[in-house]
Design a protein around this ligand. Structure first.
Ligand SMILES: Cc1cc2nc3c(=O)[nH]c(=O)nc-3n(C[C@H](O)[C@H](O)[C@H](O)COP(=O)(O)O)c2cc1C
Length: 223
């Protein structure tokens, strides 16, 4: 049995061991809208979000208003901003919907009951859940948290949410299909606490079912 790769082995990279305080290695930012106890709505950015079929798994600070809301009222909207919306996201960064502000929140965090207003974003009514969508976000997923439980550290909760309705800006949909055009859409990426968009496409997996269309006909990107 072969144990060595073909060709000349490259000079091994001399990795070094470091102790980073965070491991945010580049995941999409989502804005979660949830319902507060008094019937108003909270909006919070998170980057610990990933999809598995129609399930989207979220990692939330245990003491935040979003985790509290989802533990009590499971409806939410997972809104995906585009890269050019990073400043609206950043306006939400030092805010919490929780009053009083928990001691575990980052220094400088303050209570804000009107997160949509503070971010300069508009509410758009949802169809199957109570919290509104963020009108400006190109992708909006109406969903329901089916399981909310503590993570292994006890500092966070893991919410397993099931998407019930998908709303997409038509400019990022391949016309006449149910496919998001990966060439027209870019998520906003949170990369070690800095914001990025995607670079040019490198290729696609053998399982891609997105119809290919001539590059000149791709709609202007909303990203
Ligand atoms: C880009 C970005 C990504 C974030 N990612 C997460 C995350 O994945 N999980 C989390 O709990 N908080 C995350 N935060 C911090 C929350 O947004 C912050 O704790 C906020 O106060 C939560 O609001 P809430 O208490 O009203 O729910 C992120 C913040 C920013 C700006």
């Amino acid at each position: 049995m072969r144990t060595e790769p073909r060709g000349t082995a490259p000079e091994p990279t001399r990795h070094i061991v470091i102790e980073p305080s965070i491991l945010y290695f580049g995941t999409p930012v989502v804005l979660l809208s949830t319902e507060n106890d008094d019937g108003t709505f909270n909006l919070a950015p998170i980057s610990s979000a990933w999809a598995l079929g129609q399930t989207v798994v979220l990692g939330l600070g245990r003491d935040g208003q979003t985790a509290r809301n989802l533990g009590r009222r499971p409806d939410l909207v997972i809104n995906l901003p585009a890269p050019d919306q990073w400043q609206a996201v950043e306006r939400l960064a030092p805010l919490t919907g929780r009053d009083p502000v928990p001691a575990t929140k980052a220094v400088g965090c303050r209570f804000e009951p009107d997160k949509f207003g503070a971010a300069g974003l508009c509410e758009s009514p949802s169809e199957v859940v109570r919290p509104p969508r963020v009108a400006e976000c190109p992708i909006q997923l109406e969903a329901r948290a089916e399981r909310v439980q503590p993570d292994v550290s006890g500092d966070f909760v893991i919410a397993e949410t099931v998407v019930r309705k998908v709303h997409v800006d038509p400019r990022i949909v391949v016309p006449g299909t149910d496919h998001v055009d990966p060439a027209a859409w870019s998520p906003l990426i949170y990369n070690f606490r800095h914001y990025f968009g995607l670079g040019p496409e490198l290729g696609h997996t053998y399982r891609s079912q997105t119809p290919r269309r001539p590059r000149h006909s791709v709609a202007t990107s909303v990203a």
